[in-house]
Design a protein around this ligand. Sequence first.
Ligand code: DX5
Ligand code: ZN
Length: 231
Amino acid sequence: MFSARNDDQVKIAPSILSADFGRLGSQVQEAEQAGADWIHVDVMDGHFVPNITIGPLVVKALGPVTSLPLDVHLMIESPERYIEAFGQAGADNITVHVETCPHLHRTLQLIRETGSGVGVTLNPATPLSMVGPVLDQVDLVLIMSVNPGFGGQKLIPQALAKVRSLRTMIEGMDHPPVIEIDGGINRTTIRDVVAAGADVLVMGSAIFGADEGIGPALESLRGLAAKNRSA
Ligand code: DX5
Ligand code: ZN
């Protein structure tokens, strides 16, 4: 499921946060047919972030709907309490915020034990050095390019510098983590995001909220991403 930067094109992970939840299954299938690589699932608890979204039941329900990896982003306090449930529900990756994990190393171990891919993420104001000690323990690092909680926000440009720094930090590692970026990626910002060195782009409103429809939006964003991959 994971792949390093040079082996293929950038991956696109549509975030179902911006999907029509009344037609979630068909919207995910439309994204899959249009060539999505992962399905990004935003889990919010109304405590760590102001919004409330979905739990393991929805992840489980998506299993039979799509063959794509389910990329679960936990924006919840005490995520260790729910890791097993998300793993059993079929999460292919589970990503936790450093801000929610006083015992980060242990929490990442817990994810590893479920058999899911191990991800760590950090808010825009959290320094990249917070993930330094666990880089060899994770399969992906997610750089938040908005403050988590809602779709449709504007990309915070400092996140691009973080992507570049992370790219340098992981250079030379035997098994470098994949660099994912989440928030405010659209037709205008996608070039810079790809040029900064991201491997996986999470996009919600630019795909599920696009006037032209999910498939055409995804295909045209992929075209824009490809043009900048080698930048
Ligand atoms: C924000 C979520 C994102 C969100 C991105 O808290 O983590 O995954 O869906 O939405 P856009 O692409 O609209 O910024
Ligand atoms: Zn997310």
